[in-house]
Design a protein around this ligand. Structure first.
Ligand SMILES: Cc1cc2nc3c(=O)[nH]c(=O)nc-3n(C[C@H](O)[C@H](O)[C@H](O)COP(=O)(O)O)c2cc1C
Length: 277
């Protein structure tokens, strides 16, 4: 790495020297720089668990994992036959496969659930749609949702699915990596809906990627082959997915490094009030 390192980067370098592990992936440097500049009031603490007993085993796992492709669940949250978001989801799957990973493409019909009713939530019996989503989330390393925006929020059926999904134990969204995207004929591209969608996912412990992609004027944005017509936007779409995949890959293949997010609540840092996810 050229240039000046931040203290967190130095920490990573020291960790790698101290424990003689492979070089710290450049991706982690760039992500740290990104987080540091973009996520103010949040401190990122790198916590290394000195588990020398399992070090050889973990290193071997890392080595074996190194070239294994990621598996990414991709689905559109639209139930509509000619959905713009389904087109975007399909395009995301193409990018994933082109970069050597596996896309598990699903559609919203597979996950659709009756309205959540706490009276019906008994004996650990869940609607088949929620069971299917849970199964697919757990079978993949990450998930991508392309969601329509309805009335400046997410569609009700998607929130309903998340509510059902949140009832499983262990709760399947926890610590899963997620990337959000949207397509809309409007000028904002459905982006407000994604901010609404982030909230329950983050609440449930998902690592929602900071950059979201929203395709404005989506009814005119695709070529007849289903690609994004505008070259700049197409590049941004692809770069966003690749950056997300790199992060998921680093999290999967460098298990020695554990990250803890410490939310700064406006008081002096204090173990009593710090909320560590
Ligand atoms: C009930 C309803 C509410 C909508 N609200 C919004 C909105 O707030 N913002 C927006 O950009 N588009 C809104 N739309 C338009 C959708 O973005 C548009 O129908 C889009 O094509 C839906 O996504 P899909 O093609 O993937 O089904 C709304 C559509 C419906 C049916």
């Amino acid at each position: 790495m050229n240039g000046q390192r931040t203290c967190h980067q130095e920490t990573l370098v020291n960790i790698s020297k101290q424990y003689k592990c492979d070089s710290v992936p450049p991706l982690l440097f760039s992500k740290l720089a990104y987080w540091q500049t973009n996520m103010f009031s949040i401190c990122l603490n790198i916590v290394y668990r000195n588990n020398s007993h399992n070090f050889a085993k973990m290193k071997e796992e890392q080595k074996n994992n190194h070239k294994s492709p990621l598996r990414v669940l991709v689905f559109s949250a639209s139930l509509r036959a000619d959905s713009l978001n389904t087109r975007l989801a399909k395009l995301a799957a193409v990018v994933i496969e082109r970069n050597g990973h596996k896309a598990d493409v699903a559609n919203m019909q597979e996950f659709d659930c009756p309205s959540y009713n706490q009276d019906a939530d008994v004996d650990n019996i869940y609607p088949p749609g929620a069971e299917e989503l849970r199964k697919r989330i757990l079978a993949n390393d990450a998930f991508i949702i392309a969601s329509p925006e309805y009335n400046a929020s997410m569609p009700g059926h998607l929130k309903n699915l998340i509510d059902w999904g949140s009832r499983f134990r262990p709760q399947p969204f926890n610590e899963r990596h997620a990337l959000l995207m949207s397509a809309s004929p409007a000028m904002i591209g459905g982006n407000r809906g994604l901010w609404a969608l982030r909230m329950p996912l983050e609440h449930l412990g998902a690592d929602v990627y900071p950059n979201m992609f929203s395709l404005a004027m989506a009814h005119q944005a695709f070529t007849t082959e289903g690609k994004i017509a505008d070259g700049t936007l197409a590049n941004r779409f692809e770069a966003n997915i690749i950056a997300f995949l790199n992060l998921v890959e680093a999290a999967k293949h460098y298990p020695l490094m554990k990250e803890a997010w410490v939310e700064y609540l406006g008081e002096k840092p204090d173990p009593v009030i710090d909320r560590v996810e």
